[in-house]
Design a protein around this ligand. Sequence first.
Ligand SMILES: Cc1ncc(COP(=O)(O)O)c(C=O)c1O
Length: 370
Amino acid sequence: MEFIDLKTQYRRVKPSVDARIARVLEQGAYVMGPEVGELEQVLARYCGSRHCVTVASGTDALLIALMALEIGRGDEVITSPFTFIASAEVIALVGATPVFVDIDPRTYNLDPGRLEAAITPRTKAVIPVSLYGQCADFDAINEIAGRYALPVIEDAAQSFGATYQGRKSSALSLVGATSFFPSKPLGAYGDGGALFTDDDRLAQAMREIRLHGQDRRYHHPRLGLTGRLDSIQAAVLLAKMEVFDDEVAARARLADRYSELLREAFADEPAAVRTPYVAPLNTCVYAQYTIEVEHRDAFVARMTALGVPTAVHYPVPLHRQPVFEYLGLPPGRFPVAEAAAHRVVSLPMHPYLTEADQVRVVRAAKQAVG
Ligand SMILES: Cc1ncc(COP(=O)(O)O)c(C=O)c1O
């Protein structure tokens, strides 16, 4: 059993992927070819955004958003301590200071109730992360940020395809940034990412930054990057968009089935496993199906011995990462994130899981809780 099975998906989309890649190879426009513009139109329409700007990775998407907003030295940017390193890394990369706000224990997303207390005159943006495929509480976050005129950048790397109050992740705030890393809900066959906004000026700035800050050939009013998405990755993503709605539905159905099987298996000890909570306003795209168990590390070791792969997203909250030691944030500073980091474990999840796979995973989990 694989944690994420991309090969079964490939067999499904192979005719379209192969044909589209062959067209790129034959036409020879390997960078900024027609597939890139076509994909941007498809994705913008999908999210209900005026603009989509594809980029080289989810990390570049966040970085380019911060650069376009001219955030840098002396500025503070608020984000979650319970996320992948990239969410805070980009803040430090532009020379600003990451400021962490603890999470909601049920959704694992930035707790809007703690946001206002973290805002200072130096705060220049907020980056809520929509973790595991579920959007943060954007109405509450946008309302607080709006009172301080702070731009909100959604880190939608794990939540592309999810909805919040019927609106698509990536289109819930001034700008949304997603990732097309292969294991993400919408994954390329290499690195990729995209930015979404309704703001024309911001979209133009982000387009320029992904191309070395160029507004016309060899004329550079600002600094930028080699931040483009390859034509071949755009071709792959166009093919995968043909089945994406179906895959999002499958993920939700499989997650419900996992929760049902776990409830049945642990009916005699319901406190032993906590299944995912999805807030009433949300649909989750289950980039991860993440449970909580008491003795997580022993659980992981036993699952491995039983032949069931698991993953821990994430064992160390960002304020405890060596690279952020300079922030001087001690253990215990973000107790909800720290408790989650000790307890969470993700089970195999992808749209092509079978009932037999799920039964096997849950049987193993019952044994592994021990
Ligand atoms: C929450 C989060 N933010 C940002 C990123 C960065 O995306 P990428 O790997 O495409 O640079 C990831 C990817 O793992 C992520 O999970």
